[in-house]
Write a protein that binds this ligand. Structure first.
Ligand SMILES: NC(=O)c1ccc[n+]([C@@H]2O[C@H](COP(=O)([O-])OP(=O)(O)OC[C@H]3O[C@@H](n4cnc5c(N)ncnc54)[C@H](OP(=O)(O)O)[C@@H]3O)[C@@H](O)[C@H]2O)c1
Length: 239
């Protein structure tokens, strides 16, 4: 039976790959994002609808979820990276990072839970896209690291509290994956680079984990998944 799946930041990068995977499974997918042109490029994917929604905007989020009958899976994917020395971080820069990386998953999860609690059968899944930065921070990225730690805490709390209603929460921590994050750093293609350490995963690799998490029986939770290029020495290495 087809599920209703909501993906934030669903028009680009990892989010788009998640949308494509659930679409290929025959699910009804709603992709959210701010970039209307990118959302329009989802046209043609089976079962996929798109809505312009700044997921940091409470009213906009509430409107989108109010129009939904059921929600079986929410993927909190939208996020931004930060690169700045701590002493150069303005309050505005800090608050923008928190708004998209932490407040948005809260707002979307809250609305999804309200629906999941009320629907028949009760329950659903929330899948958060974290980062290996929650395990090993990248230099000079304080807001991002703090947010991804916060998202880990949110996942833990939601998992516990969701038990009452069959709402299951999990988190995926990707390493280097092709997206605007990586294209900005000069990589246009997933796969091998000049050295083994330069391998960049495809969004599809991450999307496969989201699909697996969502496919498990309601009583089973693949709570956390770290997925990364095997030679990602910045994450697993010594000396
Ligand atoms: N790529 C990596 O190597 C990597 C590694 C670890 C974790 N991640 C995580 O993966 C997630 C997706 O990032 P990505 O790598 O796929 O980067 P991306 O290509 O830049 O995608 C980011 C997405 O977030 C959306 N977004 C940003 N602000 C938004 C807002 N206010 N409202 C709605 N949507 C918003 C963007 O949509 P619009 O432009 O339409 O707003 C875009 O679809 C992020 O949470 C990121 O932290 C990525």
């Amino acid at each position: 039976m087809s599920r209703t799946v909501v993906v934030t930041g669903g028009a680009k990068g990892i989010g788009r790959a998640v949308v494509e995977k659930f679409s290929a499974l025959g699910d009804d997918v709603l992709a959210l994002g701010r970039d209307e042109a990118a959302l329009n490029r989802l046209t043609g994917l089976a079962g996929v609808r798109a809505a312009v929604c700044d997921v940091t905007d409470e009213d906009a989020v509430n409107r989108v979820f109010a129009a939904l009958g059921d929600v079986d899976v929410l993927v909190n994917n939208a996020g931004i990276a930060t690169h700045k020395d701590t002493e150069d971080i303005t309050l505005q820069y800090w608050q923008e990072a928190l708004a998209i990386n932490i407040t948005a998953p809260f707002l979307c999860s809250r609305e999804a839970i309200r629906i999941m609690k009320a629907q028949t059968p009760q329950g659903g899944r929330i899948i958060n896209i974290g980062s290996v930065s929650q395990k090993t921070p990248r230099p000079d990225s304080l807001p991002y690291t703090v947010c991804k730690h916060g998202l880990q805490g949110m996942t833990h709390q939601l998992t516990m509290d969701g038990r009452k209603y069959g709402v299951v929460s999990s988190i995926i921590h990707p390493g280097a994956t092709l997206s605007s994050f990586t294209t900005r750093r000069g990589r246009a293609k997933a796969g091998p680079g000049a050295t083994p350490e330069d391998y960049v995963m495809a969004g599809e690799d991450v999307a496969k984990v989201a699909v697996l998490m969502a496919a498990l029986p309601g009583e089973v939770n693949l709570y956390e998944g770290v997925i990364l290029p095997n030679h990602m020495k910045s994450f697993i290495s010594r000396g």
